[in-house]
Design a protein around this ligand. Structure first.
Ligand code: NAP
Length: 246
């Protein structure tokens, strides 16, 4: 497991946007960031799940969170611009973006992969991460220093047979992060890194490995040291790198 002990209030005064914050790893990251002093913006499809995370943050007496219901599959340019405008008008800043939301699609050979599912996976796992990052860049550029984290996978670092669109989307996410890092490294104080969470007990993992006992896997909360490290100022020197959370 990545080893990191955060100093108290590591993320005080930071505003961090998390996609897919209603469940799994995104939810754990939202709670962790908030408990370390950040104001978190919870982006996801299902408002009830986001409200539950909002309430947990509230009960922990962490900084008040914000909820942004947003469907990354259907969003258009106007929706992204409105999202960023509302972050600007409500908070006036953005210090971090965790691109976390994804779907698995189906595990099947390329020859039988549905075109509809292929497009849906690429839209959510890749195109939406590009769009969210693109529209957030102007605000992130205004921060003293900012962090963009992309969520990859073992299936992206070295593609797997039968994982089709998911594997391709994660390999392309690595490429997207690298392109962005190269463009920004000499001209901005935004750092860009990727995280491979590793097998973690979530809904997606049990969809991919239905026969596996989730009790044998780390819980989302257990892989948070790396997520915390990459959003805080202890990682200012980390840029353009691939990290493993466990
Ligand atoms: P998860 O529990 O299924 O969470 C995925 C999140 O993405 C959910 O909050 C989901 O929202 C959101 N999402 C999906 N489609 C969306 C859309 N159209 N618009 C907005 N939000 C959408 O999976 P997880 O395991 O926590 O995965 C988190 C990240 O880690 C993913 O990028 C995944 O690829 C990566 N990862 C996970 C593992 C693992 O073992 N768990 C391993 C390697 C990589 P809803 O709740 O509304 O569906």
């Amino acid at each position: 497991m990545f080893d990191y002990q955060a100093p108290a209030n590591l993320l005080k005064d930071k505003v961090i946007l998390i996609s897919g914050a209603g469940s799994g790893i995104g939810k754990a990251a939202a709670l962790t960031y908030a408990n370390n002093g950040a104001t978190v913006i919870l982006l996801g499809r299902k408002v009830e799940k986001l409200e539950q995370v909002y309430d947990e943050i509230d009960q922990a007496n962490a900084p008040k969170a914000a909820i942004t219901p947003f469907d990354l599959e259907g969003a258009n340019e106007e929706n992204y611009q409105e999202l960023v405008n509302s972050i600007y008008s409500e908070f006036g800043r953005l210090d971090g973006l965790l691109n976390n939301a994804s779907i698995l699609g189906t595990l099947t050979p390329i020859q039988s992969y549905s075109l509809t599912t292929w497009n849906q996976v690429l839209q959510i796992n890749l195109n939406a991460q590009f769009a969210l990052s693109k529209y957030c860049l102007p605000l992130l550029q205004e921060a003293d220093n900012a962090s963009i984290v992309f969520t990859s996978s073992g299936a992206g670092r070295k593609p797997y047979a039968y994982w089709g669109a998911y594997s391709v989307s994660k390999a392309a996410t690595e490429a997207l992060a690298q392109v962005l890092f190269l463009e920004l490294e000499n001209t901005s104080k935004i750092r860009v890194n990727t995280v491979n969470p590793g097998g973690t007990a979530t809904k997606m993992r049990s969809q991919a490995f239905p026969g596996e006992n989730p009790a044998n896997l780390p819980k989302s909360e257990e892989i948070m040291p790396l997520y915390l490290y990459l959003m805080g100022d202890d990682s200012l020197q980390e840029n353009g790198k691939q990290f493993d959370a466990q």
